[in-house]
Design a protein around this ligand. Sequence first.
Ligand code: GDP
Length: 365
Amino acid sequence: MSNELRCIGCGAVLQSDDPNQAGYVPKSSLNKEDVICKRCFRLKHYNEIQDVNMTSDDFLTMLNALSDRAGIIVNVIDVFDFQGSWINGLKRIVGNKKVILAANKIDLLPKLINKNRVENWIKHLAKELGMKPDEVILISAEKNQGIDALLESIEALRHGQDVYIVGTTNVGKSTLINKLIERSIGEKDVITTSHFPGTTLDLIDIPLGDGTFMYDTPGIIQAHQMTHYVTDDELKFIMPKEEIKPRNFQLNEGQTLFLGGLVRVDYISGGRRSLNCFVSNRLNIHRTKTVNAMDLWHRQIGELLAPPGDKGFDFNGLKRHTLSVREQKQDIIFSGLGFITVEEGAVIEVYAPKQVDVYLRPSIL
Ligand code: GDP
């Protein structure tokens, strides 16, 4: 009998000699109980090894292969960045599998927003994007809201089959997986990883107790989100952490709002009106006259207009978006940053880093 210590995640023999080999843990952790190796730790907490690019052939191979397997799909999306967290064509690719949309970060939306309305709004947007989910569950992985309802819905729909959890990065999939692990089994040491055949991808396998599994699939990187263009420290400012307090600005034509130094919003026409901003409470919003806006932006970037925290902002990499709010109240979305609600009849011009999606959608309010 050997008394080798093994990682409770993947079962590799633990070692602290070579960080690049299986089973590595720092020396200081070797004698602790329930140790998981660095690879499993990062896999579990940061999705690090398994994150793949949206266009990755491996990911598409995996989705295609899923259509031949029995099971249901739980697609985690970020309610705060719906389109940014959408996987195009998911329902088509996975065939007639049942799909639950788990709409995460519900805790960020102001309490005054009616939850039934949010659910219907999600169904409506999903339909526009070509999907009819079998169920929409509003959750907050971080605040432990809706997790029971999600588990009940999974049980009701899966009929003894496996469960595949999919989502783009930053939707909170790892946070959810950790909550599900806690809830459904109450122990950590039964989690393993497995390799998805025909790809370079690894899955995290959570046993469901009846011989079936819940599989955490790799998070897909969505390039069109603000979150990829700021430093980790700046991210803390722009990623909302608690219930958003809407900030309402009465604007005249010819006035401009800056969201930090990242986005400039010019109010062009439509008479005096309010722009209701839903962004992180920590993000500074600054109002100025449009004629002064460009000069101010260059002078105050990294200071009054921050984040970004330094002067190295790429002014040549900006894209201008002209948006007309025509028929009804709409939200202007800045993917990964938040949104501004505007009543009909307004014309607005937005300048944002060109990689970041800016678009209109029916208002969540
Ligand atoms: P993943 O890339 O999808 O695995 O996402 P993570 O689980 O790493 O979460 C991404 C970010 O979203 C982290 O900063 C989390 O703290 C945050 N987050 C995750 N779930 C929630 C939630 O329910 N509410 C809020 N407000 N933030 C969340």
